[in-house]
Design a protein around this ligand. Structure first.
Ligand SMILES: Nc1ncnc2c1ncn2[C@@H]1O[C@H](COP(=O)(O)OP(=O)(O)O)[C@@H](O)[C@H]1O
Ligand SMILES: [Mg+2]
Length: 252
């Protein structure tokens, strides 16, 4: 992406409506390059829609979506993905019949212009990079295990490593700890922090598990009814009266 010094992602006055329902209501947000931010907000406030607008699934009805300084509003998901945006959905998109190591090799092959499970035929992946990614997601000891047989939390970590293998610069994670135990949640938080600190990735995380949000150790934007209503570190946001009233109050 161009303009190496500018923010990687900038939303300005983004609006998205479904019929009469205003889901994103003039939303603005800036993610500096190499930074991580967490978007916290109640169910139905528009978080997933925000990701859908960034990835091009939906064109916004108004406003700008700037990636590396370029307005991408209205571009196709394919074009936006090729600009270096990778997204993790809630259900892991892994290949259950293949080994953990092969699951990493497929997106590494895609980075080299080869796609799909058959891409590995006759292709020798970068083993140093593969082993580095296996280490990052904590699965080095399970490299040869069949992915269909590893735990749910391990599949989620593997999929995050697969996004990184594609060499995306901006990574979007939508509730990456859904359905996980406390220990699995901590392992995912640690992996995501390492992507920022060691791999230099820019990361947006949607989450509503406050324990996980605290462990991410990053700035938080609070979203209510399609707008950002508060921003700050965990300690600040969790004390903000508007946040307590509109969101946290229900959970304390
Ligand atoms: N494709 C769609 N068509 C119509 N309404 C939608 C669509 N996607 C989301 N919505 C509505 O937009 C609102 C916000 O949804 P969503 O972005 O999924 O919220 P969140 O991820 O914060 O839970 C909800 O009322 C939802 O029903
Ligand atoms: Mg959602």
């Amino acid at each position: 992406m161009n303009e190496p010094r500018g923010p990687i992602l900038q939303l300005a006055g983004v609006t998205k409506r479904f019929g009469g329902l205003v889901v994103l209501d003039g939303l603005s947000l800036t993610l500096p390059r190499g930074a991580m931010q967490c978007i916290l907000g109640p169910n139905g406030c528009g978080k997933t829609t925000l990701f859908n607008v960034v990835t091009g699934e939906f064109a916004p009805d108004g406003g700008e979506v700037r990636l590396g300084g370029r307005n991408v509003a209205g571009l196709s998901p394919y074009r936006i993905s090729r600009l270096g945006v990778a997204r993790k959905f809630q259900v892991p998109g892994v290949y259950p019949e293949l080994s953990v190591a092969e699951n990493i090799e497929i997106p590494l092959a895609a980075g080299a212009g080869r796609y799909g499970p058959l891409s590995l035929l006759g292709y020798r992946p970068d083993r140093v990079r593969r082993d580095r990614l296996l280490d990052l997601c904590g699965l080095a000891g399970k490299a040869d295990d069949k992915v269909g047989e590893i735990a749910h939390g391990e599949k989620q970590r593997l999929e995050i490593a697969m996004l990184v293998a594609r060499d995306a610069e901006l990574i979007l994670l939508d509730e990456p700890t859904a359905g996980m135990s406390g220990a699995e949640t901590s392992a995912v938080a640690s992996l995501i922090r390492r992507l920022r600190d060691e791999e230099g990735k820019s990361i947006l995380v949607i989450e509503h598990d406050m324990n996980f949000v605290r462990q991410l150790e990053c700035p938080i934007v609070v979203m209510v009814r399609g707008k950002i209503v508060a921003e700050g570190r965990y300690e600040e946001v969790s004390r903000d009266p508007r946040v307590i009233e509109s969101y946290l109050g229900k959970r304390h």
